[in-house]
Design a protein around this ligand. Structure first.
Ligand SMILES: [Zn+2]
Ligand SMILES: [Zn+2]
Length: 372
């Protein structure tokens, strides 16, 4: 697909449509454009794929939020095209199992099933990052259990591989049924080969014919700067190995953000608070302020009031595209001293006298104001 249509437009739903409405609309389109009902019709096939892709995004709360914010760029790799789109089909068709039957792998090709062993399953993990990680980017080592290709048989499952005679290598068997919606082709996993499409004569002793074994692996995952909770990374081919040499699924990494003790994040901006001596806000001066990557001096002009929000430009977080950084906003709280020394009391008494002469009471009076 060259230029992508709007997902809401594809499914003919409004931007605020609920999951039920999206599902209903998708169901209608899926039935109308299903390849089994439109053999050899490229246009229908495109419509079918397009609807499935739109559904894959809009029925997923996180992906939908990403799409609403960033458009197609926000969900690329998630429900894009190719293998990803196909993996979505499985979810969709198991959701609609009552109509299409169980195991639809989503391959069309003019009504013919797939060839070769099926793709391995996607793996999903969540990865917690801190705000300094978000600021600088981070490489995280992750341990996970997954199916890896069996080394003994190079993933083949053994020797003497034969095409399954029940499904002729398709991995699926089809039944035509009449239903309320018209003629429906019911596709189910071949019971003889369990969907693999081939049978092994001499099974590998290590993997018992599956061509894959469960192993613990350690992966390095590069998390780019600027990620947030709604983001996920797709590591192609890092999911489960497929059975008997089938291609590997993907590893989907959902980003979680750890709570930070000092900073509150609002998009690319950070918010923090500092206590400032009253002499500094009155006379002006520099204070040390903690930022996400070290301390900086912040200049306080004389006569600055308490609760003032100061801005440190470019001291926030980078945006995900790496173009610019947000700001850090620092809220000043004027600290009232509570354990004065005798000398301080003396000086303050003196100051009090001077203030009463120079600013007689005027600054105690404040207009009715907002309390937030
Ligand atoms: Zn093996
Ligand atoms: Zn079979």
């Amino acid at each position: 697909m060259a230029s992508k249509r709007d997902y809401y437009e594809i499914l003919s739903v409004t931007k605020d449509a609920d999951t039920g409405a999206i599902k209903a609309s998708y169901k209608k389109l899926a039935i109308k454009y299903h390849p089994d009902k439109n053999p050899g019709d490229k246009e229908a096939e495109e419509r079918f794929k397009e609807a499935a892709e739109a559904y894959g995004v809009l029925c997923d709360e996180k992906k939908r939020a990403q799409y609403d914010r960033f458009g197609h760029a926000g969900v690329q790799g998630g429900a894009g095209g190719g293998a990803e789109g196909f993996s979505n089909f499985e979810d969709i068709f198991s959701a609609f199992g009552d109509i299409f039957g169980g195991n639809f792998t989503g391959r069309q090709g003019g009504g013919r099933g797939r060839s070769g062993p099926p793709r391995g399953q996607d793996l999903q993990i969540s990865l917690t990052v801190t705000l300094p990680d978000v600021s600088a980017g981070v490489t995280k080592k992750v341990k996970l259990k997954r199916y890896n290709k069996c080394g003994t048989c190079a993933g083949q499952g053994g020797t003497g591989k034969q095409v399954c005679n029940v499904c002729a290598g398709q991995g699926q068997v089809r039944q035509v049924q009449s239903s309320f919606f018209g003629q429906i082709v019911n596709v189910t996993t071949c019971p003889e080969c369990q969907g693999i499409g081939s049978l092994i004569k001499a099974k590998c002793a290590n993997c018992h014919g599956g061509g894959r074994i469960q192993e613990e692996v350690t992966l390095s995952i590069d998390v780019p700067p600027g990620v947030e909770e709604t983001n996920y990374l797709t590591l192609r081919g890092e999911g489960h190995a497929g059975p008997q040499g089938g291609p590997s699924g993907d590893l989907i990494v959902a980003i979680k953000e750890a709570e930070d003790d000092f900073f509150e994040r609002r998009g690319v901006d950070l918010y923090s608070q500092v206590e400032v001596p009253y002499t500094t806000v009155a006379l002006g001066g520099d204070i040390r302020v903690r930022t996400i990557d070290g301390e900086v001096d912040l200049k306080i002009p004389s006569g600055t009031q308490s609760e003032k929000l100061m801005r440190l430009k470019s001291k926030g977080l980078p945006d995900i595209n790496g173009h610019q950084r947000g700001s850090q906003y620092v809220k000043l709280h004027v600290h009232t001293p509570d354990n004065l020394s005798a000398r301080e009391i003396e000086v303050l008494r003196e100051l009090e006298k001077v203030q009463e002469q120079d600013h007689p009471k005027s600054f105690f009076q404040k207009a009715k104001t907002f309390f937030t």
